[in-house]
Write a protein that binds this ligand. Structure first.
Ligand code: SF4
Length: 372
């Protein structure tokens, strides 16, 4: 068990186990899906951040990933350094392997292990600190309700006999942070054991849902009977839905909406696989790739202007300005001219200099589900 890279009941999959305990049984023996571009991006940002923390300094960012790693580094500086200064015996470590045992001194009773991105130990005050970087575009459960954070905290509290452990989640892509101080190790252990026992029960039925199915291997390989059943139900309901959707109760409507998210995800997976097979074999069960014109770009804007014979004003009406690209280019030019030390300072100054020209876009109306 300890030779595994990811523990089947590890902190990073514990939310899935909590929402669908059958997932542990149904994922067993299935190969890991290939690394997605998003996962590759996340790993590179994690590696860069770990390197910055180890060196105690960050590179001037040249790429988006370095910029995001710099934000993580700055978050670490804000959260850890003041505490480190306040305590003589503070210790910080990146990529620390945590492990929780049902009986602390008995390695045979290991319940799970995982890797925390950063841990801090304040031995004088018997406190711990964990920081976990999230780099994706999806929302993370807030720290007080986050079982992944709770599992890290419990393991660290056991390993170092801590009275409390603060867990921080920081997402530089969304610029969001959430933190919580866990103090009741026994309550955490009880909850995690309850989830584990449900996972071991041989007859727990699968419970499909967007959150839990997203990274489940049984979903990826199309082997989950629960998902198949949901898909069949939806396929049966869909043709009648147009006339009856207004008659559904609030609960039925919301339930149906949640189920369709699983279908949408299944459709994405099926389309990706279908495309790959067509690329490889030329066609797949009557499907093929049809090429259609993608329109045209005019990358040489200067030449297009000269040729157009339009006035500057008329020509500019045809162009769309990217605020974020202008901000970056302006900040870079200011930095090169020695006006600012960092790109970040230049970007902050941009907001002031161009304040009169910036117009906020209409707010986006996101449909979100309140946490139960
Ligand atoms: S695919 Fe979804 S429902 Fe099926 S085991 Fe995985 S998480 Fe559970």
């Amino acid at each position: 068990m300890t030779n595994l890279k990811h523990h089947p009941f590890g902190p990073s999959s514990m939310r899935r186990r909590e929402l669908c305990p059958a997932s542990m049984r149904l994922e067993e023996g299935l190969p890991e899906p290939p690394t997605s571009p998003e996962a590759g991006r996340g790993s590179r940002i994690h590696d860069l951040t770990a390197g910055y923390i180890q060196k105690g300094e960050a590179l001037e960012p040249q790429t988006e990933e370095q910029e995001l790693a710099l934000k993580c580094f700055e978050y670490w500086q804000r959260v850890f350094l003041p505490e480190e200064e306040a305590e003589k015996m503070a210790v910080g470590k990146v990529e620390h392997r945590v492990e929780y045992r049902v009986i602390k001194d008995d390695p045979e009773t290991q319940l799970y292990f995982g890797t925390a991105d950063f841990i801090g130990l304040f031995n004088e005050s018997e406190r711990g600190l964990i920081i976990d970087w999230k780099t994706g575009f999806l929302e993370t459960d807030p720290a007080p309700d986050n079982i992944q954070g709770a599992a890290y905290a419990l393991a660290l509290m056991q390993e170092f006999d801590l009275k409390e452990c603060a867990v921080h989640f920081y997402n530089p892509t969304q610029n969001r942070a959430s933190s919580h101080v866990f103090t009741d190790a026994e309550a955490l252990a009880r909850h995690i054991m309850r989830v584990h026992n449900l996972c071991l029960a041989p007859d727990t039925p699968p419970r499909p849902g967007e959150d839990q199915c997203r990274y489940c291997r049984a979903f990826y390989h199309g082997t989950c009977a629960g998902v198949k059943k949901e898909l069949a139900k939806i396929a049966e309901l869909a043709p009648e839905l147009e006339g009856s959707i207004k008659s559904l109760s609030d609960e039925q409507l919301a339930d149906f909406f949640e189920k369709t998210k699983v279908v949408a995800k299944a459709k994405d997976l099926a389309e990706k696989e279908l495309r790959e097979r067509i690329e490889r074999d030329g066609s797949c069960a009557g499907h093929r790739i049809k090429l259609t014109s993608g329109g045209f770009d005019l990358p040489d804007i200067g030449a297009a202007f000269n040729l157009s014979g339009l006035s500057e004003k008329e020509f500019l009406k045809c162009c769309k300005l990217s605020e974020s690209q202008l901000k970056k280019a302006w900040a870079q030019a200011q930095k090169d001219a020695g006006e600012f030390k960092t790109l970040k300072e230049g970007e902050l100054a941009f907001n002031n200099v161009f304040a009169g020209l910036r117009e906020p876009r209409p707010e986006r109306k996101l449909l979100v589900k309140e946490k139960e």
